[in-house]
Design a protein around this ligand. Structure first.
Ligand code: FAD
Length: 318
């Protein structure tokens, strides 16, 4: 294929581009000519920033009704945009909203979808399968193609100092598209980074024994500027909210550093974190499965090890 037209559908929060948007641009630049399809309200100011990262054209679908994400509205606007402009490849974040949006759009435009892409090698998209036990190479067979991109895997695109041509997209929502209304967005107030974007994650498992005991992990996390995660056992016990769960039925994370405390390393947990660059495991049981994927293993009682680690990190920081 010649110079493919590649679309990035940026994710926006508080009128800012989320990190995944710049990661998708990085991948898009390897695939062809990069354009962005921006959906929201009052988002056209972001076009200049996208241009600066190498996006040549930004198509803006802007309207008060598009301020918050709902499936029907965004799927309609994006699908119509794709039909009109015919990009070959459309990159969408493999995130909560992206996973909701991508398959619906793929169905409407008759596109194939490649999900949870973590690399692109010699014309093939690479994605983990069987909970991360194997990797599948997928070479595009037909266009358009929808690709969802795992967050925190591709580096953010470097600035090019370029500028983008800006075009307005027609938006024609029907009353059907507006049946679901978002009345209010309630956000958990936290000084810690969001789990899927965090560079460092400290996670606790069943061995934490209680919600209160997670305080020792929070202290370590705060010294490291890390997010706090949990295994399903800890979430099922009610010690942490489900949004903190890492794994097959929780979030997929790929931080630079993942510290697993009192987590046995079940395959369903590994599915969510084995892509981390460096894994440190703390477990009493030297035979624990988690040590098979760990780069550094500490065999010991986490209630002794974690406070020592926190103290040492504090000392190094000062
Ligand atoms: P355990 O397996 O009980 O491990 C606790 C570990 O702590 C043990 O290794 C023990 O040696 C160690 N330990 C005990 N005390 C201490 C101490 N004082 N100091 C240090 N170490 C100590 N799990 C997920 O995590 N995420 C998912 O998304 C997920 N999805 C699932 C989906 C399905 C369909 C199914 C069937 C299961 C799923 N699971 C998931 C559950 C998974 O199979 C495991 O049951 C779960 O991960 C176990 O959690 P854990 O490691 O915290 O607990």
């Amino acid at each position: 294929m010649g110079m493919a037209k590649v679309w990035v559908v940026p994710e926006i929060q508080d009128q800012k581009l989320k990190k995944i948007s710049l990661e998708m641009i990085n991948l898009a630049r390897r695939l062809g000519e990069v354009e962005a399809f921006l959906i929201g309200d009052g988002v056209s100011a972001l076009a200049a920033e996208l241009g600066n990262y190498g996006v040549s054209k930004v198509i803006v679908a802007e309207q008060a009704d598009l301020k918050t994400y709902t499936t029907a509205k965004y799927a309609r606007v994006l699908a119509e945009g794709i039909k009109r402009e015919q990009p070959e490849i459309v990159l969408i974040g493999n995130t909560a909203t992206g996973l909701d949006l991508a398959p619906r759009v793929a169905q409407r435009v008759g596109a194939g979808q490649i999900s949870d892409v973590i690399d692109y090698v010699e014309g093939n998209f690479i994605r983990p399968i069987y909970a991360g036990k194997a990797f599948q190479k997928v070479s595009p067979a037909a266009y358009p193609l929808i690709v969802t991109v795992r967050p925190n895997v591709f580096p953010v695109a470097e600035a090019t100092g370029g500028t983008a041509v800006v075009e307005k997209a027609e938006v024609s929502l029907t009353s059907d598209d507006l049946r679901v209304l978002v009345r209010e967005v309630v956000r958990q107030v936290s000084s810690r980074p969001e789990l899927t974007e965090a560079d460092i994650i400290v996670s606790g498992g069943r061995a934490m024994k209680s919600g209160e005991n997670f305080r020792i992990l929070e202290e370590l996390a705060d010294v490291l500027g890390a997010a706090v995660g949990a295994s399903r056992a800890a979430v099922d016990a009610g010690w942490r909210p489900h949004q903190d769960q890492v794994g097959q039925t929780g979030k997929t994370v790929s931080p630079t550093l993942y510290i697993a405390a009192g987590i046995s390393g079940a395959i369903q947990h590994l599915a969510g974190m084995s892509g981390s660059k460096v894994i440190v495991a703390i477990n009493k049981d030297p035979e624990a499965n988690i040590f098979k994927v760990a780069d550094y293993g500490i065999v010991g009682d986490l209630f002794e090890v974690i406070p020592l680690l926190t103290a040492e990190c504090k000392r190094l920081r000062n």
